[in-house]
Design a protein around this ligand. Structure first.
Ligand code: NAP
Length: 313
């Protein structure tokens, strides 16, 4: 199937283009980006122009930041195209509901991807937890924003989510592996004086079974980067590390892969299946948790965020 990629930036180049190239299901037939392009692929700067010129391309994958994504997605749905969305699927829950209604009404596939759910050991973690009684859950998601998101100023603007841009990945895993849904009870958001979105946060959750559940997110991490979820149960404990790529049960490694390995190939395989079966896959639970964190969270102002030594000077 022919597919168009929209928003040729960091994640499109790092993950989407290689995953599509290696896939037996897909042919990258066009790109839409104001600046970016992919060698050897027809490039458009305007989505409407691509939709009109290439009626043979039935599927569009959107890799833009969340705020501009809704208008692009609606335009593509109105033109009868199936849609795959990078995470988070939009800037607000209401616009994601609107997209789902529009896609379903038009008989089109809408897939709100959560790439971390496709990490190597997430399925095994979910299976192990299935018959256990949870007593505590601790999420630790600490990375260096300068290393992973250089120059991405949209992350600090309204709708950019700040530390919840990666943090929502942790919540996408939590909502996948736990049998019961958590809800947010309290949050503290550390917001740099010059930014609209948090650089760090601490969150408490209610678990229906009474387990203690909490999460800490921090974008100021130096040295080792930590993307881990620890679940303690009445019959052993689980540690899911490296963003879901490594699983330990009671301290014994059950499986490990490189972080991110295989995630995007699995997303594109799933999209191919959804299009063939005429189905949608829309799960907004990770985004609901983040929206509630922003609703309930107490703001603390912290030191301004400075991208580099040059900026500081
Ligand atoms: P990015 O490189 O900053 O942006 C992607 C591209 O979107 C840009 O190159 C730009 O292309 C286009 N764009 C940016 N702002 C736009 C606007 N206002 N209107 C229209 N187009 C705009 O971002 P990214 O890191 O690839 O992230 C994109 C999405 O992928 C985000 O939702 C992010 O959460 C998700 N994601 C990122 C990573 C990561 O490690 N970076 C990992 C997983 C998922 P043109 O200027 O050429 O139009």
């Amino acid at each position: 199937m022919k597919i168009a990629l929209v928003g040729i930036g960091k994640i499109a180049v790092d993950e989407h283009v290689p995953a599509i190239s290696d896939s037996p299901d897909w042919e990258l037939a066009a790109t839409v980006s104001r600046e970016g392009a992919v060698d050897g692929v027809e490039a458009f700067t305007d989505l409407g122009a691509m939709l009109e010129a290439r009626p043979d391309i039935r599927v569009v994958s959107l890799c833009l930041p969340p705020v501009p994504r809704f208008a692009y997605a609606m335009q593509a749905i109105a033109a009868g195209r199936h849609i795959m969305l990078e995470k988070p699927p939009g800037a607000t829950l209401a616009e994601c509901h609107a997209l789902e209604r529009a896609a379903r009404a038009a008989g089109l596939t809408l897939y709100t991807t959560w790439h971390s759910r496709a990490a190597e050991m997430v399925g095994a973690a979910k299976a192990w937890l299935e018959d256990k009684t949870l007593t505590s859950l601790t999420v630790t998601w600490k990375e260096d924003v300068r290393r992973w998101h250089p120059g991405q100023s949209w992350l600090w603007e309204p709708g950019g989510l700040g530390v919840f841009d990666p943090g929502i990945n942790a919540l996408s895993i939590v909502t996948e592996i736990l049998a019961e849904d958590l809800h947010v009870t309290q949050a503290v958001l550390e917001v740099p004086e010059n930014c609209q979105t948090p650089i760090a946060a601490r969150v408490g959750f209610c678990h229906p079974g009474g387990a203690r559940a909490e999460a800490v997110f921090d974008w100021r991490q130096q040295g080792d980067q930590i993307w881990e979820i620890v679940a303690v149960t009445e019959s052993g404990s689980l540690r899911l590390a490296d963003g879901g790529a490594r699983l330990e049960i009671d301290g014994t490694v059950k499986g490990a892969a490189a972080a991110l390995a295989g995630e995007y190939p699995r997303l594109y395989k799933r999209m191919a299946d959804l299009v063939r079966q005429g189905q949608c896959d829309v799960d907004l639970r990770p985004m609901t948790l983040v929206a509630d964190i922003f609703t309930l969270g107490r703001r603390e102002r912290v030191a301004p965020f400075v991208e580099s030594a040059t900026d500081a000077a």
